[in-house]
Ligand binder design. Structure first.
Ligand code: NAD
Ligand code: TYD
Length: 361
């Protein structure tokens, strides 16, 4: 048995691949990992899989239909789990084109390839096939302080080029189910944090900047609220939906953990004060309020009752346990963050991985 993952060298995708290959349940399965290795893709995340014959890494673009057709024909996966995306809101504001291409056109290309592949399957293989689309809570727009958290029935009101492109991809997935019967599942998850998180996003940026004695830039008044989920809990939620989710359904995944950005930054500072105190004084001295992000969504919150009711999933980590593990991981892996920040990880990747490689991460 094989599954095809897209975007498995990114933050969540690499955590998913590592956990999948580590679990006893998937001992007999191979992961084909298709990733274009954009700035966000880092094969160093998968270094633990070096020499593992169950991990087949393919450097390639989800917009490349011929490549996807070939991978599907060659590896005959029982499922596609689609993580690949442009994922950073700030980048989408400066350059929305890449978001339209990968998130919309790329998802369309994958859906069409999956439809052709699934259409030619028979019997049990056809019944078992799944296309799992990994999406975000940002498609629902912004909540007011008194609004209930996002349920799966909330209308789509995306506000950034990123969330609009993800909303478009969700709609495509839905339409391919309703029109062609493609067996799809969609999960919409809240903000993740944890190991291998690229330090352009809030939590890893605060950790690496604090350790470097640089300012901790808090946008606007810092009172924007996000619902934070430890990445490994997101991965277990995806596994639950992939295994037992109802076809054509969407499931919200969240951490039951709404926090204002400024509080997140203060928690990170306090943990660093405890684990790696600075001679210059508390890390919170570095907090710097900066100009707000245009169109900044005020609040996201997830109502994750459906996935709990139907599939029995709940996060294993509290924010206190997850953020401690995260800060400890960054302290234990300074070289990873350093190579990401200096760009050295890209040279390393291009020296070693020109094209398709089997598990040499
Ligand atoms: P990421 O930016 O860390 O990783 C994305 C990966 O996709 C990278 O490895 C990149 O090389 C690859 N990629 C980009 N364009 C590609 C293309 N055209 N073809 C093939 N590969 C390509 O993103 P992430 O944070 O790991 O997010 C993964 C998915 O989860 C995304 O779909 C995102 O929308 C969704 N999501 C993320 C969060 C979060 O908090 N990070 C929350 C909810 C949902
Ligand atoms: P981010 O990690 O970019 O995720 P998203 O925009 O997808 O929610 O940002 C999380 C929150 O932190 C968001 O409200 C923007 C804010 N933020 C800052 O205040 N400063 C920063 O330097 C960054 C990157 C984000």
């Amino acid at each position: 048995m094989t599954i095809l993952i897209t975007g498995g060298a990114g933050f969540i995708g690499s955590n998913f691949v590592l956990d999948w290959l580590d679990s006893a349940e998937h001992r007999d399965e191979t992961v084909v990992n298709l990733d274009a290795l954009t700035y966000a893709g880092n094969l160093e995340n998968l270094a633990a899989l070096e020499g593992n014959p169950r991990h087949i890494f393919v450097k390639g673009d989800i917009c490349d239909r011929a490549l996807i057709d070939r991978l599907l024909a060659e590896h005959r996966p029982r499922a596609i789990v689609h993580f690949a995306a442009e994922s950073h809101v700030d980048r989408s504001i400066h350059g929305p084109g890449a978001f339209m291409r990968t998130n919309v056109e790329g998802t369309f290309t994958l859906l069409e390839a999956a439809r052709a592949y699934w259409g030619a399957l028979e019997g049990e293989a056809k019944a078992a096939f799944r296309f799992h689309h990994v999406s975000t809570d940002e498609v629902y727009g912004s909540l007011k302080a008194e609004d209930p958290p996002f349920a799966e029935t909330n209308p789509y009101e995306p506000n950034s080029p990123y969330s609009a492109s993800k909303a478009a991809s969700d709609h495509l997935v839905r339409a391919w189910h309703h029109t062609y019967g493609l067996p799809v599942l969609t999960t919409n998850c809240s903000n993740n944090y944890g190991p291998y998180h690229f330090p352009e996003k809030l939590i890893p940026l605060m950790i690496v900047n604090a350790l470097a004695g640089k300012p901790l830039p808090v946008y606007g008044d810092g009172q924007q609220i996000r619902d934070w989920l430890y990445v490994k809990d997101h991965c277990s939620g995806i596994r639950a939906v992939l295994a037992r989710g109802r076809l054509g359904e969407t499931y919200n995944i969240g951490g039951w953990n709404e926090q204002a950005n400024i509080d997140i930054v203060k928690i990170v500072c306090a943990l660093l004060d405890e684990l790696k105190p600075s001679e210059q004084g508390p890390y919170s001295r570095l907090i710097t309020y900066v100009k707000d992000r245009p169109g900044h969504d005020r609040r996201y919150a997830i109502d994750a009752r459906k996935i709990e009711r139907e599939l029995g999933w709940r996060p294993a980590e509290t924010f206190a346990t997850g953020i401690r593990k995260t800060v400890e991981w960054y302290l234990a892996n300074p070289g990873w963050a350093e190579r990401v920040q200096s760009g050295a990880y890209r040279d390393w990747v291009s020296q070693q991985y020109g094209g398709e490689q089997a598990s040499k991460a």
